[in-house]
Design a binder for this molecule. Structure first.
Ligand code: B12
Ligand code: SF4
Length: 519
């Protein structure tokens, strides 16, 4: 039991923030994370201290230990080391935890974030982990720190599970969600080297003014994240529009170089009335160019028009699969092709570019269904497409479907490029669709724009190039990998050395789109 004898607690947050494990060099300043900035703000408001070890790349033992020691010495030690763990970061996090305990065996190691929320006992069982936080962490951490400061027993703190000296687990109830997000302080942006973040370098702020989502898409953890709370009905919450303005104004006052806002809320227009009020206030009080995730099944043309006035120059939308049956049966996303096409037309009409997220390699998918995703993107004339390879997150409905069908291979699949092994959709075909997604979207767009007599044969020819028996999938994937590596290096170079030019190029692309709009 840690007793700080009246001294405020010192917490070190460790954030393994990289998705590409091959990247061993620092290429950017990493991502902003609302959850950690929020925990830090609440702890500091409560009189405690909080620092961040932001891991931007896969560290070697020497590198990690050197950084940890430096921070430890500068701060005269820490009472708690808290790891933020997303599912795919868990294997690396375990290594970092082991190394932490090797130098500081007495340190109290706590894990929080999405993975510990989904599978708390699995995380608590890992070597070196003393405690896990299930769900939102601010007030559980504050209570833990307060109790350590006051020398009280903290083993009953709600939302925390503890590993006891005999190795058994102590599970506490999960504290109810706080309904009003306005009670939270403005996040501690300065926990991060904010002006050096990947987004800040190109004048963009990542902003999150909500928690959760009330939809139930089967591949997403949200359906399960909310289940842990006793009052799960209020899981999806937003700061009030007034408080969201205060958040933005505080951020802009501290970081005046920010010229774009990237709202990363799960679904920005989840509550249409909130959204309409928010964008009206944003138009008057902020007015910076912005983007956000938008759901189409709750959208009206009037809202799209207002979004244009507010400064939305682009939006993101989850298209996920172009096969309606896949969307309805396996993804539980009840959006018809017709609805998707109609809403996309509004964005074209008002000159707001559209980026779509797509999933390839879903369970029971095959190359013909994946081709439908390419074609729907072409029909709605997506301006940018992001194809992601399906990853089965434990605890999600689609993980269970994949497991039941026998598509999940034995052993650690977290580092596989294509996690599912499905006979009807082999790895090289999934990688091929991912690699050449935009290439084919562009060509199908052309085919659909041509007169039928030429467009139809061109479409059939393209179909053969995607699904034909003799397509050399493996070789084409190899070629694309080489090209992607050069392109990514170039992008990193521009973002890190010529950010002005990068922003200009990005704006030029969006200007072309906006010029076509109705003024
Ligand atoms: C905003 C967002 C992003 C942003 C910001 C990333 C970030 N790290 O926050 C961007 C666009 C950069 C991003 C990227 C990615 N994301 Co993302 N993202 C989200 C989103 C929409 C909201 C997250 C958020 O800010 N919530 C609000 C904050 C306040 O809550 P929070 O982060 O959960 O933090 C609270 C608790 O988790 C806990 N907590 C968190 N860390 C810790 C640590 C300790 C010690 C403690 C005690 C508590 C604690 O306390 C916090 C405060 O209450 C969620 C989906 C969703 N609706 O939740 C997906 C989500 C987090 N993303 C996800 C994924 C997979 C990714 C990517 C890997 C995608 C990719 N392939 O590139 C990358 C990874 C980037 C990275 N390095 O982390 C998954 C994670 C799934 C999982 N099981 O781990 C989610 C859940 C979506 C999904 N598919 O289900 N993402
Ligand atoms: S709408 Fe987005 S955040 Fe909500 S459940 Fe679906 S995928 Fe997850």
């Amino acid at each position: 039991m840690i007793n700080l004898n009246g001294r405020p607690a010192k917490m070190l947050l460790v954030y393994p923030d990289y998705t590409d494990r091959d990247c061993t060099k620092k290429v950017s300043g990493g991502n902003y994370m609302e959850g950690l900035a929020s925990i830090s703000a609440v702890l500091k408001q409560g009189g405690h201290d909080c620092k961040l070890l932001h891991l931007l790349y896969l560290h070697t033992e020497e590198d990690y230990k050197e950084k940890l020691k430096k921070l430890w010495d500068e701060n005269d030690g820490f009472d708690i080391v808290g790891f933020s763990v997303r599912t795919t970061a868990f294997p690396d996090a375990q290594t970092y935890i082991r190394w932490t305990k090797e130098i500081y065996p007495e340190s109290f190691v706590l894990c929080g974030g999405y993975h510990p929320t989904l599978v708390p006992d699995e995380v608590l069982a890992a070597e070196g982990v003393d405690c896990v936080c299930v769900g939102d962490g601010e007030y559980a951490e504050l209570e833990l720190c307060d109790k350590m400061r006051d020398g009280q027993d903290y083993l009953d703190v709600e939302s925390l599970y503890f590993k006891l000296p005999d190795g058994s687990f102590k599970h506490n109830p999960i504290r109810p969600l706080f309904e009003n997000l306005d009670v939270l302080p403005i996040p501690d942006f300065e926990l991060f080297d904010y002006d050096n973040l990947e987004s800040s370098k190109v004048g963009t702020a990542i902003v999150v003014v909500s928690r959760g989502c009330f939809y139930n898409c089967t591949y997403c953890g949200n359906g399960n994240f909310r289940k842990v709370y006793p009052n799960k009905k209020i899981y999806a919450r937003f700061r009030s529009p007034e408080n969201a303005m205060l958040y933005l104004k505080t951020l802009l006052a501290r970081h005046p170089q920010i010229k774009f806002i990237n709202f990363r809320d799960a679904i920005f227009n989840m509550f249409p009335d909130w959204f309409d009020t928010f964008i009206e206030m944003y138009t008057k009080e902020i007015g910076l160019p912005c983007t956000g995730n938008i759901r189409f099944d709750i959208l009206t043309e009037e809202t799209v028009k207002k979004m244009k006035a507010a400064g939305f120059y682009t939006i993101d939308m989850g298209l996920e699969s172009g096969d309606q049956e896949m969307r309805f049966k396996y993804l539980r996303r009840y959006q018809t092709d017709e609805m998707i096409i109609r809403c996309s037309n509004w964005f074209h009409k008002y000159g707001i570019a559209q980026l779509t997220y797509n999933i390839i390699g879903l369970p029971h998918e095959d190359i013909h269904r994946a081709l439908k995703t390419i074609k729907l993107n072409a029909r709605i004339k997506s301006d940018r497409v992001i194809p992601n390879i399906f990853y089965p997150y434990e605890g999600t409905a689609l993980y269970e479907i994949s497991k039941e069908a026998g598509f999940i291979p034995e052993g650690d699949f977290t580092q596989r490029r294509v996690p599912l092994v499905q006979p009807q959709f082999p790895e090289e075909q999934v990688l091929f669709i991912e690699a050449y997604f935009m290439h084919f979207v562009k060509r199908y767009k052309r085919a659909f724009a041509m007169p039928r007599w030429i467009g139809e044969p061109y479409e059939k020819w393209l179909d053969i190039r995607v699904t034909g028996k003799h397509v050399p999938y493996k070789q084409l994937v190899w070629l694309h990998d080489r090209y992607a590596s050069v392109r990514n290096h170039l992008k990193d170079f521009l973002v890190n050395h010529l950010p002005g030019l990068y922003v200009k190029l990005r704006m030029l692309k969006h200007k072309k789109k906006a010029d076509k709009s109705i003024k």
